[in-house]
Design a protein around this ligand. Sequence first.
Ligand SMILES: [Cu+2]
Length: 303
Amino acid sequence: MKSTLFACLATASLVSAHATWQDLWINSEDQAETCVRLPVSNSPVQDVTSNDMRCNAGTSAVSGTCSVAAGDTLTVEMHQQDGDRSCTTEAIGGNHYGPVLIYMSKVDDATTADGSGDWFKVAQDTYNGTTEGWGTEILNANCGKRTFTVPSTLAAGDYLVRSEAIALHSAGSEGGAQFYMSCYQVKVTGGGSATPTGVKFPGAYKASDPGVLINIYSTPLTYTAPGPDVWSGAADGATSAAAATSTAASAAATTAAASSASATPVAASSTAAQASTAQASVAQANSTPGSKACRRRRRRDFQ
Ligand SMILES: [Cu+2]
């Protein structure tokens, strides 16, 4: 017990909270901030009816667009402070538990688009009831990085990529959920003819959605992420089926997850690999001394 308490206190002293999606990788190539609409602060959006739900508050289009081939991977990267990409600092503060979701929206010109079009979901890490692991914990275990595959059948053209983390530590009352998102400007090359339909921001989420208004400290906990399902044409569209991995696959994924804590993101080449990597990362996050035991104790300590 004594060591658990110590671990909790040690963790608490490191927690500082808010964060910003700020970097992008194309496959294993670091684009840093060249095509992100960088939020003006690391504070969250909390009004789901606001236009700020599209690409964060006070952001505007930038000149850079990152080019990626359909079927290749993008990695979005979050950190607490702009420019601090250290893997020794949690990507998003320790008690900011919640899902990580990634959307795309086809636009005429990524350097001018306002985000008012249709958004479809291409990836998400929500909550794993078996390991009691959240998407934000997977993110922290991977140095703020989340890799996803640009759907190979997607029509070529300009897109906005919207990465989002939702912190639910204070979501037990309406308006308490914290939304952290950034838009990246990309141009997809190759691909097919798919133009998935989607949802609008604002509009996709309601303050009363079960994935937005929720006491995450209640047990047993089940969780349904807000917004649509992951588009079936996306590599992540079958994540739940792929989650049942063999011991061998999990062991391999653990190695991959461990290496992803360094500078190069994991280039998941298949749905199964990505899902098992996520599983391994959750296990890794939850193996931190006292992490699960601390969670309930920490819950009122931070905003
Ligand atoms: Cu916060």
